[in-house]
Design a protein around this ligand. Sequence first.
Ligand code: ADP
Ligand code: MG
Length: 140
Amino acid sequence: MAIERTFSMIKPDATKRNLTGAITKVFEDNGLRVVASKRVWMSKREAEGFYAVHKERPFFGELVEGMTSGPTVVQVLEGENAILKNREIMGATNPADAAEGTIRKTYALSIGENSVHGSDAPETAAQEISYWFSGTEIVG
Ligand code: ADP
Ligand code: MG
């Protein structure tokens, strides 16, 4: 298995509840290393651009509203099989379907306010990392 990098966000519903440290600890306890991290307050334009793949979905307006409602912690996580591993640690999109012990089962409020984002494939990981970080901001 290869060392990979994935893109992660601790979403506003979680930062508002002061869960940045608690969620980051779950990544670290599962062998993922935070190699870049910053706190941003997304503009509407940034949120729409990041989630452009979902722009025709009925929840797009709600999603952009949530992501611009407070600070987000954007991070790059590195480790063995990081992309899939992070998706497992996060749990299902809807916390009602998420497995016991996952971040979304523990912390998410609803399918919309589900506390974390994680890239779903190598191509999206590379694209999402470069959307938020320049090469010099990533220190492995
Ligand atoms: P994931 O974040 O698990 O990759 P998706 O890519 O399908 O999930 O959706 C992106 C985000 O859009 C979700 O994390 C969630 O915040 C929001 N979302 C998805 N489906 C819904 C829905 N049915 N209602 C409200 N918000 C949703
Ligand atoms: Mg997704």
